[in-house]
Design a protein around this ligand. Structure first.
Ligand code: FE2
Length: 303
């Protein structure tokens, strides 16, 4: 058993995307090796329709997967293949862009004007970058929820955990995407296989995460399981916690409890060439994608 060190904590940064949607970006467009196989994580929780109504009009994707998890409000989507749908509160969409789609994603708030959700980008390995596009739309009611005796609740959005398996399948990055709620004051350990890269995103309440390493400037507070570990306080909203190698994550919930996403996946470890919503292995492949867009062959490229 080894506690994963905390490599970094950071607040998601205010960012504008699409046609003028205010969101907070926890990571993305920086070092793609940091959280390989994941490229980007956006928190699009907003309370004011003016901050999201303009949405994300038609735009392309190639070479990646986008995973949208809605907590409140709805997102209408449509694409160049003729797919349309609406994601509601609790729903998940796993979109494998593969060789290419053009789509739009238009957030609609709920009756209170709230639009809450997250979008994660997963990379595809070179062997699957030009695979056929695929959607997996999952209703919230299909997502298994495990409630532990101590009141901890884990929604298994993707992957397997505590004997339950989420409905999304066939994903190269072997992701595990958990929505975890831990009651006030409770300490809880989650096992995450060593080969995975992992991060947490705290979005309600507060918590302390045990840290196996002891970088300078972080005070040593207590011992956990006979070893010296640091406990770092994660209070407040929209905090990314990036973990290093180990096989477990230990969290102690604050006085209001804590809710966070715990996401991990198998690193792809290939070169990354990144141009906006298109992520390939080489600059030549990026140039090909751009010329496909110009020539109207972006979608046809899959056939
Ligand atoms: Fe998109």
């Amino acid at each position: 058993m080894s506690i994963r060190p905390i490599l970094e904590t950071r607040s998601a940064m205010p960012t504008m995307e699409g046609a003028g949607v205010h969101l907070h970006r926890a990571f993305g467009f920086q070092d793609p090796t940091e959280l390989d196989p994941f490229l980007l994580f956006d928190d699009f929780r907003n309370e004011d329709p003016r901050d999201y109504m303009r949405g994300f009009p038609w735009h392309p994707h190639r070479g990646i997967e986008t995973i949208t998890y809605v907590l409140a409000g709805t997102v209408e989507h449509g694409d160049s293949l003729g797919n349309t749908g609406r994601l509601g509160a609790g729903d998940v969409q796993w979109m494998t862009a593969g060789s290419g789609i053009l789509h739009q994603e238009m957030p609609q708030g709920n009756a209170k004007g709230q639009m809450h959700g997250f979008q994660l980008w997963g990379n595809l390995p070179s062997s699957l970058k030009m695979t056929a596009p695929r959607y997996q739309d999952v209703k919230g009611t299909e997502i298994p929820e495990v409630i532990d005796d101590d009141g901890t609740v884990v929604r298994v959005v993707v992957g397997s955990f505590w004997g339950k398996t989420g409905p999304v399948d066939g994903i190269a990055a072997d992701p595990q995407y958990l929505d975890v709620s831990v009651p006030a004051g409770l300490k809880k350990t989650f096992k995450i296989d060593t080969y995975r890269r992992a991060f947490a995103y705290v979005f309600e309440g507060s918590a302390s995460f045990a840290d196996a390493s002891r970088p300078s400037g972080v005070r040593l507070e207590k011992e956990v399981m006979g070893r010296e570990v640091n406990i770092r306080d994660m209070s407040g909203d929209r905090t990314l916690v990036r973990f290093g190698t180990g096989d477990e994550v230990t969290v102690q919930a604050g006085p209001q409890g804590v809710r966070f996403l715990l996401i991990s996946g198998a690193p792809i470890e290939e070169p990354v060439a990144w141009h906006g919503p298109i992520v390939m292995n080489t600059e030549d492949e990026i140039r090909k994608a751009i010329s496909d867009l110009r020539n109207g062959t972006f979608i046809a490229a899959q056939h």
